[in-house]
Design a protein around this ligand. Structure first.
Ligand code: SF4
Ligand code: SF4
Length: 497
């Protein structure tokens, strides 16, 4: 056995069990270096950096408004994202974002397999960070396995305690960052540290600290394999042109010792298995437990490099290319000619195909609708709710009256006075309860800034004004210059003529 083959052959001890259910076999991923690993570190830094730093970014929205750039203000029912402010009645924007996220995920899976799981899923990112800490304190794969197998002693207690202490610190920072998205960050930190935060704040801080610690420190690949629903239906998004992490068996098989004659390029060193965070052997084909992280690519490239063979025995590959390479390589014995024939049979993956076009179409449509509605959204919007009990009232002088509740949502931070005008059949009169009138006898309503103002309006058809049973009317609000700032349609009901 060569040095390379022997190096990674250490296996974790398999627990004995008589249960019908398989015991968990602890995975001890080995450190690996390479382009995939570097990409994953970069993404990890970007994701964690954004998560921990964003609550501290400030954004000036004027006096009286929160200055946190990204804030879910539950108390005042607002969502702030830099210059965007979402009100409760605009929750459809969040629905749109969820649709965009879901379709984006479908599209990424269709193009590049489980790229979300392997590179950006929070479970992957935090588990990677926790494993890094574990490796720093307890050593790499073999040292960790040895540590777990040795009896408890001072050294083992110190290493394990230090690992869990750092994990808990990271988990607390994660839980702490989470609650900062729901309250002013400096204020909530001060409240938490001085014991003045609300019970709910402490609850969610504790909950996210605990889940981070348990999921990234203990559950790890178990969460991906048994708890996450995504691997169960992601296969529906994959097709023969999706790029997935694949072992090129046409090149690697028959696997065996490097120096043996008639063997493929796989020297059966198990380096790809030993770096795998879920303990998968990619040479057994596509598996649900494979999260597509690509670390086995780096591990195998390293081995191929040391054996002076071309990289790419494991790589991102489409099933179409794998099939084409296999057919081209089949007639040839293992060696450079077979490798050349197999690689020459590959084609550039088809990124533009029916399913990706459909995903792209849905993304463009939903994104376009959201953008359009955001650009056209008004800062003042009037809602009119007609009172239904009774539908109308006949007054003692024969007049007919309808009552309406008006609600003006003012998304500006400035208050203002508006004249209310009723557009409808001539003769209809409108008054607003407890509101003054302007110089032209029109009701003058006062709107508060950044909030909803409500009034009760009474519309009266004097006796002798003969109207249909139902006539359309429109309530309009005019600013001081006489411009219509908002209007809403309704109906005026009366007795049958
Ligand atoms: S695929 Fe590569 S890393 Fe895996 S066992 Fe074969 S040679 Fe080793
Ligand atoms: S088999 Fe490779 S790509 Fe799949 S999870 Fe393991 S290391 Fe990542």
């Amino acid at each position: 056995m060569s040095k390379v083959e022997a190096k990674d052959k250490v296996k974790p001890a398999a627990p004995e069990s008589t249960s019908l259910y398989a015991d968990r076999q602890k995975v001890y991923p080995k450190a690996v270096a390479g382009i995939v690993r570097r990409t994953k570190w970069l993404i990890l830094c970007l994701c964690l950096g954004a998560y921990y730093v964003v609550p501290w970014l400030r954004w000036d929205r004027g006096p009286g408004a929160p200055d946190q750039a990204v804030l879910v203000d539950m108390q005042n029912a607002r969502l702030y994202f830099f210059f965007v402010e979402i009100w409760p009645q605009e929750v459809y924007y969040l629905t749109g974002l969820l649709i965009l996220g879901a379709i984006g995920l479908f599209m990424a899976t269709s193009l590049f397999g489980r790229v979300w799981c392997g590179f950006t899923c929070p479970q992957t990112v935090w588990t990677d960070l926790f494993m890094l800490v574990e490796r720093w304190i307890q050593g790499d794969r073999n040292a960790r396995m040895k540590l777990d197998q040795q009896p408890w002693g001072f050294g083992k207690v110190v290493k394990k305690a230090a690992t869990h202490a750092v994990w808990l610190l990271i988990a607390a920072a994660t839980g702490g960052a989470w609650i900062m998205y729901f309250a002013d960050a400096p204020t909530v930190v001060r409240q938490v540290l001085t014991g003045q935060a609300s019970t709910g704040t402490y609850f969610f801080f504790g909950l996210f600290t605990l889940t981070t610690y348990v999921f990234a420190g203990w559950a790890r690949e178990q969460l991906c394999i048994y708890m996450c629903p995504w691997p169960r239906f992601q296969a529906a998004m994959l097709d023969e042109n999706s790029l997935v992490v694949t072992y090129r068996d046409w090149r690697g098989e028959p696997r065996g010792k490097a120096k043996a004659a008639g063997m493929g390029d796989c020297v059966d060193c198990a380096a790809c298995v030993n770096v795998c965070p879920t303990g998968v052997d990619i040479r057994e084909g596509i598996q649900m437990a494979c999260i597509g992280c690509g670390l086995c690519i780096d591990a195998c490239d390293d081995i191929m490099g040391r054996l002076d063979r071309p990289h790419g025995l494991i790589g991102f590959e489409t099933w179409t290319n794998l099939d084409a390479s296999s057919r081209a390589a089949a007639p040839l014995p293992p060696g450079p000619e077979r490798l050349k024939a197999g690689m020459a049979a590959r084609r550039v993956p088809r990124f533009i195909r029916a399913r990706t076009l459909v995903y792209l179409g849905v993304l463009a449509t939903v994104g376009g609708v959201m953008l359009g509605s955001y650009v056209l959204r008004t800062t003042l919007s009037l809602a009119v709710i007609r009172e239904r009990a009774p539908l109308f009232v006949r007054l003692s002088d024969g007049a007919v009256r309808n009552a309406y509740n008006l609600k003006l949502a003012n998304k500006l931070r400035t208050e203002g006075d508006f004249a209310l005008v009723l557009e409808g059949p001539a003769g209809l009169q409108v008054v607003v309860q407890d509101a003054p009138q302007d110089g032209q006898g029109r009701p003058l309503v006062h709107s508060r800034g950044d909030g909803i103002s409500q009034w009760r309006a009474l519309v009266t058809a004097p006796a002798g004004l003969h109207l249909a049973e139902s006539v359309p009317v429109s309530f309009r609000l005019l600013d001081a210059d006489g411009h219509v700032v908002t209007s809403t349609a309704s109906v005026f009901l009366g007795p049958k003529p």
